[in-house]
Design a protein around this ligand. Structure first.
Ligand SMILES: [Zn+2]
Length: 128
């Protein structure tokens, strides 16, 4: 029985260390640890926490506090990972060369919306 309690204490210390690492990683730059790794670590710690609570090694208020922190860490990390994921293939923000208008007569670059080309003076609006 003493051995079991000792083992439980060691587990608890280990768990708190993991949680601290997860929280510190969440507060850190995020460059050292990947967002996905942080999320996984937090989820893992949550699972351990739940187990500790179910086996009666944690008081309810301890469990609630730690769980809230871990959940926040997991959510933050997940959001960070999602942001990085969508940024991946870099959706080009409308190629400026293709979309910027040019004069059909002299090919001078136009700001768009001019009634006449400022270079050659041709009418740019067929309805004008
Ligand atoms: Zn022109």
């Amino acid at each position: 029985m003493t051995g079991f309690v000792l083992f439980g204490s060691i587990l608890l210390v280990l768990l708190i260390t993991i949680i601290w690492a997860a929280i510190r990683a969440g507060e850190d730059t995020g460059a050292s640890l990947g967002a996905a790794e942080r999320r996984d670590a937090a989820i893992e710690a949550l699972r351990d926490l739940e187990l500790e609570y179910r086996t009666g090694k944690l008081r309810e208020e301890e469990y609630a506090t730690l769980r809230a922190r871990l959940e926040r860490t997991a959510i933050d990390a997940r959001d960070a990972a999602a942001r990085r994921g969508t940024r991946g293939p870099a959706p080009e923000p409308a190629e400026p060369a293709a979309s910027s208008p040019s004069c059909p007569e002299c090919a001078a670059p136009l700001a768009g919306g001019e009634a006449f080309c400022p270079t050659c003076g041709i009418g740019l609006r067929p309805d004008a």
